[in-house]
Design a protein around this ligand. Structure first.
Ligand code: DGT
Ligand code: CA
Ligand code: CA
Ligand code: ZN
Length: 577
């Protein structure tokens, strides 16, 4: 798909224009990039079908951007982009991936120190040149060095969002290969780990050689690392590797179990097998040389005295014991959600109107959504003040009358200020159907200050949900410092729901925190944080994360149908869980 390539270019253009301090344009490019990134349909197909007019109908894409898409599809480059790059020849995506580094700093670093990439940056920081620049102190220099280190640990791993899209394209190709009767992803992808080191695929086919041929010659492949009769490895253009193995049906379950991992889970399982006098490997469960089980995962677990368990929880963190005692949780399912409670629109930094978001949510089968545009202290998003919120409420009343089959809830993503106060007055919050509050600044407060900040937001009787509670960004930003026990106890006592943000750039709360919070009796909601129509389909990442945190349906309140959900909201907070 050209979509990812174009999105990357537009994100970069947004940063480059931001550096030049151009007004408005950066936001427009960013909006378009987010929207294109989340599109299901290939822009090439859209263009083929309807030309530039059709491109302009993509949410967030105006005339100017549509022309640049056309230029890219026709000539494989965009002149404006090339020109911007020439003026500022720096590795933007690499540099902005470092915590603490943004467009303004990149410009300063290039102008003063000729920093072009992360290597230059590290050198400058280590030699102490950075802290001598205006507005940069020793603290920021240290932070940047830490950020570079953090990046190094995670380098080479791909975010689940990107990995899953790529894997689904490849799965589609393998399914069509000759003689194929089954294809399954394995490894970290099947466990829905939030970042993936490489992609693993397992196939049953009567024509393994044909499968190899197709696999190594896919358009996604950059180079072939190994090619055999039944297994091959390739390096993908997207920057990670993929492995495929063709197996006979009699050992497919054993291979699926083995290659799904996790490695630690497998080690524990093999110990149990040995204790019972078996041998367990990727070919099957054996007694001596006799194959006892191998066709399905279920029969292998069963022979070992365990219930089958979903891949998401195979992490050697208590699932084996629970499977032996038959006390595994019944995890929330991928179809269990009835609504999405964090959605941004063109009223602030989203690409689509409320109506477009509502219609798309309805198409996805949702019973309700909450419109949660940012509030005024996030000025760069054009956040709402009280007046704008009241106007938006009227618009939502109008749309609820106009659109049947989905209920639009009035809401906001209210910004929590440094001292824990909210930036919208209580009497306006009281008029909203549901209120989310979130931290978007001052990430470096001490654990005590940060915890108190969140607690004081939770004590507000109008705050129903804390959005992305730890503000982490996978592979990029560590969580804020929090006393989790205090946080979870307060959530429970005040009846404040905690969000499991499904956006692959957030995944916040993360799995281990979800599991911990659950022990305190906290209830969750799973939301997409969508900024464009396409992103409304991101719920599955949040559900996966909830499953990795052992969540059941009853732990997640937006599994409730509309009527029951509204009943919960009517109760005072402290009576809700
Ligand atoms: P990744 O690729 O780093 O995101 O993580 P995985 O889990 O996909 O790891 P990968 O691709 O190296 O291997 C796939 C699975 O194969 C892994 O989850 C468990 C199994 N496996 C690999 N190496 C070993 C091993 O040395 N011992 C055992 N018991 N299992 C292994
Ligand atoms: Ca893997
Ligand atoms: Ca692998
Ligand atoms: Zn937010």
């Amino acid at each position: 798909m050209k979509n990812q390539e174009l999105a990357k270019i537009f994100f970069e253009m947004a940063e480059l224009l931001e550096m030049k301090e151009v007004q408005f344009k950066p936001r427009a490019f960013e909006k378009a990039a987010r929207s294109i990134e989340a599109l299901d349909e290939d822009v090439r197909d859209i263009y083929k079908k309807g030309g530039i007019k059709a491109l302009e109908e993509i949410p967030g894409v105006g005339g100017g951007i549509a022309e640049r898409i056309e230029e890219y599809l026709k000539h494989h480059h965009i002149k404006d982009y090339e020109r911007l790059k020439k003026q500022m020849p720096v590795d933007i995506s690499g540099l902005t991936a470092i915590e603490g580094v943004g467009p303004k700093l990149i410009k300063l670093l290039y102008k003063k120190l000729k920093v072009r990439n992360v290597r230059d940056l590290e050198r400058a920081a280590k030699s102490g040149k950075l802290k001598k620049l205006p507005r940069i102190g020793a603290k920021l220099e240290q932070k940047i060095l830490k950020g570079i280190e953090f990046q190094r640990v995670h380098v080479g791993r791909m975010n689940i969002g990107e990995a899953l899209l790529l894997a689904r394209t490849i799965l589609g190709r393998l399914e069509k290969a000759p003689g194929v009767t089954a294809v399954e992803p394995a490894g970290s992808l099947r466990r829905w780990k939030e970042s993936v080191g490489d992609l693993d695929f397992l196939v049953i086919s009567s024509k393994p050689k044909e499968v190899m041929k197709i696999f190594v010659s896919m358009p996604e492949v950059e180079g072939v690392l190994a090619r055999g009769d039944t297994k091959s490895s390739v390096r993908l253009r997207a920057g990670i590797d993929a492995d495929v193995r063709v197996l006979p049906p009699k050992s497919f379950g054993a291979a699926l179990q083995y290659f799904t991992g996790s490695k630690d889970h497998n080690i524990l399982l093999r110990k149990i097998a040995i204790k019972k006098g078996y041998k367990l490997n990727e070919y099957g469960l054996f007694r001596g040389r006799r194959l006892v089980a191998g066709k399905s995962e279920e029969e292998i677990y069963k022979k070992l005295g365990l219930d089958w368990m979903p891949p998401e929880i195979r992490l050697a963190s208590g699932e084996i014991e629970a499977a032996q005692k038959h006390t595994l949780p019944k995890l929330i399912g991928y179809d269990d959600l009835k609504g999405d409670l964090q959605i941004q629109t063109s009223w602030t930094d989203g690409a689509n109107s409320i109506e477009e978001m509502a219609r798309e949510a309805k198409r996805l089968g949702h019973e309700y959504i909450a419109i949660t545009d940012h509030t005024k202290s996030l000025a760069m998003t054009g956040g709402s003040d009280e007046k704008k919120l009241l106007r938006q409420m009227k618009e939502i009343d109008r749309l609820n009358k106009k659109i049947s089959g989905i209920r639009i809830l009035k809401s906001a993503e209210v910004n929590i200020k440094k001292d824990g106060a909210l930036d919208i007055l209580d009497d306006v919050l009281a008029k909203l159907d549901i209120v989310g509050a979130a931290v978007h600044s001052h990430f470096n407060l001490s654990e005590k200050e940060q915890t108190e900040r969140l607690i004081s937001a939770m004590e507000n009787p109008h705050v129903d949900i804390i959005f992305h509670p730890t503000t982490r960004i996978p592979q990029r930003r560590e969580p804020i410092h929090l006393d989790y026990e205090k946080l979870f106890k307060t959530a429970r006592r005040t009846g404040t729901m905690l969000e499991i943000n499904a956006h692959p750039w957030r995944l916040d709360l993360k799995d281990e925190h979800i599991r911990e919070a659950k022990k305190f009796g906290v209830k969750f909601v799973i939301n997409t944080d969508a900024h464009s129509m396409g992103e409304l389909s991101y719920l599955e990442y949040g559900i996966a994360q909830a499953r990795r945190g052992w969540c059941e349906k009853k732990d997640v309140l937006n599994t409730l149908p509309l009527k029951r959900f509204l009943e919960v909201l009517k109760k005072p907070k402290s009576e809700r869980f």
